[in-house]
Design a protein around this ligand. Sequence first.
Ligand code: SAH
Ligand code: SF4
Length: 336
Amino acid sequence: MNLEKLSDILKNEPKFRYAQINKALWQEYISSWEEASNLPKVLRETLAADCPLEIKAEVFKSSGGLKSLKALITLADGETIETVLIRQKEARNTVCVSSQAGCPLGCAFCATGMNGFSRNLMAEEIVEQVLFWARYLKTEGRGEKIDNLVFMGMGEPFLNYVEFIKAVKFLNNPETFNIGARRLSVSTVGITEGIKRLAGEQLQINLAISLHAAFDNLRQSLIPVAKKYPLHEIFRAVDNYITKTGRRVMFEYLMIKGVNDTDKDALELVKLMKKPLYLVNLIPYNATGKFKSSDRERIDAFKKILEDNGVPATVRLSFGSSIDAACGQLKGKRNK
Ligand code: SAH
Ligand code: SF4
């Protein structure tokens, strides 16, 4: 959907039209202008011709794990991006969105990173992914809503900061999507400039840092850009963020078999994480290429070391490996 075009068409309309259209688009999730029956017919026709509402997407369902769905969306220029709907029990829906088409950072364990980078997404292309799932849930007719939204799909949000924050503000705006900021989370590989900017935004959004290693040299071998952002600089930016916002910060730690999952790694992680408002989330690795996930016993043992040493830790549920519901995997397969 072209939002610039939309405000162009509306510029000679009375003010209340904006409110009507905002409600129809972002709260009633109409998928064709015909459904907006309170608009004059001529306006509906102009909108249908110049600002179509269609979102081109293909949906894939998972079999095992949590019942998750993945959509591959084709953008106006033919670029494809993916977005996931994670369905937890008791009708809790989490949407995972992409912030870039591909990712330029090339982390060794990440399918998105392996497949290269095309371009940054515009804010409206980020919003469109959320809109797609809002419409999808509406079509199901069970009254389910989007409960949480995470920026954990393809791409590094802080390398596309301006459009990322524009999308966040749009999603949070009571006149448009109206999703509470506390329901939004962003994950970064540790781009400190982005952490600093977010600290100044006066937003209640949740911040997660993809740590994945407690030693700089191991981290650099997995995440090339870690050479530019050593651990101590990431922690300095995070501590500044915590001082400014008073909010907790989640450290994500992929559990990769034989790579970062030993007792020694856990004990080093304890040293780094012993601070108030730091939390650890252990993520079973979704095997993509050369790496495997640590097994359940190892993950539990690792978690126990953290907890016995006073570091709060949780283990993320698997999102359903049958649809490859992790970073960039589906697109990777289809391109082959
Ligand atoms: N670029 C950002 C956000 C997108 S990746 C970042 O790296 O944080 C979101 C999360 O998915 C990151 O923690 C990333 O490490 C993780 N991830 C990537 N590949 C994965 C895989 N195969 N299995 C499980 N998690 C994966
Ligand atoms: Fe990019 Fe994040 Fe994947 Fe690394 S893990 S390649 S930063 S999307």
